[in-house]
Design a protein around this ligand. Structure first.
Ligand SMILES: [Mg+2]
Ligand SMILES: [Zn+2]
Length: 187
């Protein structure tokens, strides 16, 4: 289970650069716990070009991820691992200012996670609030679910010729239900 971070797991605030703006959606913990209970490894994959743009550091992103995990743990939910792309071709921090294969919809983050955690992308799901997340799912042979939170409200109104989502749902809770239901119907 690959989850986009901003606008899916936490509120989209456009370059989260202060811990005081970090907010899980009210349903996030329950949704992730339900996926955990079904035995699905939950992995976050996120573009964090704010690092390349000089808005925040990799250390800060790691700190945010530790804080998300701590809040989830308080509700018995767990994210297996976080993978992020720190790059952007127009970045102003030299070491990150380049094109790469890990900026979604590039497959780099899923490839790395699949290798590290021994996951099969073809049996995976990607949940995101942008069409680029759905495109990534397509490219990886996974199923793609678009949520209407974050950028999803506006994105879901206009597909702009991009690959269709397997489902478009209100939020991560609905995505988790949809995924668990479709897995159940496969056995
Ligand atoms: Mg997002
Ligand atoms: Zn990258």
């Amino acid at each position: 289970m690959f989850l986009d971070r901003d606008g899916v797991v936490i509120e989209e605030v456009s370059y989260l650069s202060s811990m005081k703006h970090l907010a899980l959606f009210p349903w996030t913990t329950d949704a992730i716990r339900a996926l955990n209970r079904a035995g699905l490894p939950v992995v976050v994959i996120t573009n964090q070009s704010g690092i390349a743009r000089g808005f925040f550091t990799e250390a800060f992103v790691d700190e945010v991820h530790r804080e998300i995990s701590a809040r989830l743990a308080a509700g018995g939910a767990r994210i297996e691992a976080y993978y992020y792309c720190p790059h952007h071709p127009d970045g102003r921090v030299a070491e990150y200012a380049r094109s790469c294969d890990c900026r979604k919809p590039g497959p780099g983050l899923i490839d790395r996670a699949a290798r590290d955690l021994n996951l099969d992308p073809a049996r995976s799901f990607v949940v995101g609030d942008k069409w680029s997340d759905v495109e990534l799912a397509r490219a990886a042979g996974a199923r793609g679910v678009l949520v209407r939170t974050g950028h999803g409200a506006e994105q879901s109104r206009d597909r702009g010729g991009r690959a269709a989502a397997d489902a478009i749902v209100d939020n991560l809770a609905a995505a988790a239900s949809w995924i668990l239901k479709s897995l159940k119907s496969e056995v």
